[in-house]
Design a protein around this ligand. Structure first.
Ligand SMILES: Cc1cc2nc3c(=O)[nH]c(=O)nc-3n(C[C@H](O)[C@H](O)[C@H](O)COP(=O)(O)O)c2cc1C
Length: 180
């Protein structure tokens, strides 16, 4: 039997794609935060990704300084660090060090990559739209890389488990590929 779900809980039914760590800033001063509200919106050239960010985030202050960011894909082994990066602010602390994560230079943009993650997108913001307390950031992907052992054009879930946010402290794992 299906029961009605209160509308303020409706989004958990379709909570989208894998959780990512977004890094912003420069080599001298960087920060990172956890995101679950992300989706590709154009897969051709240029590839565009949408991020939904609350305007109060400290990371957003850094994004606004150079309009660049990196999107990094953590796996199951980074579950604790990923949750921590999404529950403390980097205002006044070195969040990379706090989360035991390593910033490493990106190829094209100023913000660093998160070395421990298995996949990376380097992005420039091309459009911003406001919706209530959040901004929708349209990001053009200008660089991309992924660990070839885990990614052959798609993630290989038998070898690398992306994290999928469910609610509160609950995450799901993608563990198996099926073919139509
Ligand atoms: C799993 C998870 C997903 C999150 N997704 C988003 C998101 O999509 N957008 C957002 O603005 N905040 C999101 N957050 C909250 C930020 O990551 C959190 O407020 C973070 O501490 C902000 O860091 P900062 O103050 O250093 O920028 C999420 C948190 C968690 C734990």
């Amino acid at each position: 039997m299906k029961k009605p779900v209160p509308l303020n809980q409706a989004k958990w039914i379709i909570e989208p794609g894998c959780v990512v760590l977004v890094a912003a800033g420069t080599a001298e001063h960087a920060n990172l935060m956890t995101f679950s509200w992300q989706t590709p919106i154009h897969t051709a050239d240029p590839c565009l990704v949408l991020l939904v960010i609350n305007r109060v985030r400290y990371t957003y202050e850094l994004i606004r300084q150079n309009h660049e960011l990196t999107i990094n894909v953590p796996g199951e082994s980074l579950l604790k660090q990923t949750h921590l990066a999404g529950t403390v602010t980097g205002r006044g602390i070195d969040k990379f060090a706090h989360c035991d994560l390593t910033p490493t230079p990106a190829r094209i943009v100023q913000p660093p990559l998160v070395a421990e993650c298995a996949g990376h997108l380097e992005c420039r913001i091309v459009e911003t739209h406001g919706v209530q307390s959040h901004d929708l950031l349209i990001c053009e992907v200008v660089g991309a890389s992924a660990e070839s052992e885990f990614f052959d054009g798609a993630w290989i879930p038998e070898k690398f488990h992306t994290l999928h946010y469910m609610h509160g402290t609950k995450y799901g794992l993608l563990t198996r590929r099926v073919e139509v």
